[in-house]
Ligand binder design. Sequence first.
Ligand code: FDP
Length: 345
Amino acid sequence: MEVNTMSKGVGTTITQHILKEQRENPQATGAFTYLINELIVAAKVISREVNKAGLVDILGSTGEINIQEEHVQKLDVFANRVIIERMQHIGELCCMGSEEVADLIEIPEKYPKGDYILVFDPLDGSSNIDVNVSIGTIFGVLKRESSPKTADVLLSDMLQPGIKQVAAGYFIYGSSTIMVYTTGNGVHGFTLYPSVGEFLLSHENIRIPERGKIYSVNEGNYNYWNENTKSLIEYFKSKDNDSGRSYTSRYVGSLVADFHRNLLKGGIFMYPSDLKDPKKPHGKLRLMFEANPLAMVVGQAGGYASDGHGPILEIRPKEIHQRVPLFIGSKLDVETAEAFISGKN
Ligand code: FDP
């Protein structure tokens, strides 16, 4: 991976980068560039709010429970609202889907509509908000499959397998704000340079190591895992595994942060099925808002994402808020996980 520090030159802005990519695409109309640019504006607003979160009375819970029956934090609500309000008027979307909203989000009548569908988790890792740990926004972009623009948008327009995503990425609000994205031509990272308010290219063509040294999982769930999952974790801890040494354990509990670290350093993030909550037999993470976008990113970086039995990107969602077991990261590590989970090891 080539790391392009800002001191090397004027720095490529994210807009320049997207425009260059789109110029090479003969079908590009500018619609997608506009969409991503507006999403970046929304992320800058969220980033500013996250950064001042300790300074104003914005921390804490609203007291509401979201569709996933989790506590809704004020910043989640804010981030969700910023993205919806920013994106609904641009005329490039036919609908949106958010982890914070139960149903498909329709574009109000008064705004023009387009062919793209934006799916997003506005503030992932929200239980980390009030302890200053990195959190992020995850997004995926799909194209409408039914008769564009004229007819009403259908739920089936949104329920497409991840392989149909035309772009995906995330913003991580950490020690600095970073955007990582792919449109199918590799994975690139940009760091927000706060004094000029621009995302500048900092990580060009990110490649994840084929085998990593890190495993990330909530081991507190150990007693709720089946035997295959337990054996898999024992494998990563053993010094007799394929890498010849025990893996290091790292778990922030904020998917974007755990994923980003493993993307750069190599490793595997796991959220397996468990028996903790009978209402969530497939683990905790959402296929459309978390797993699919990150699966596209990792695939473009040379890694792999699986539900333990096959590629995440090939699963056709049955419902917007479908949950899925997730094994994601370095290719060989995820293939090992698949072998254990499916009992082939
Ligand atoms: P959170 O509940 O804090 O929003 O999907 C949400 C998520 O965080 C992920 O970001 C994170 O990886 C995971 O849940 C953590 O779940 P556990 O607390 O069960 O480990």
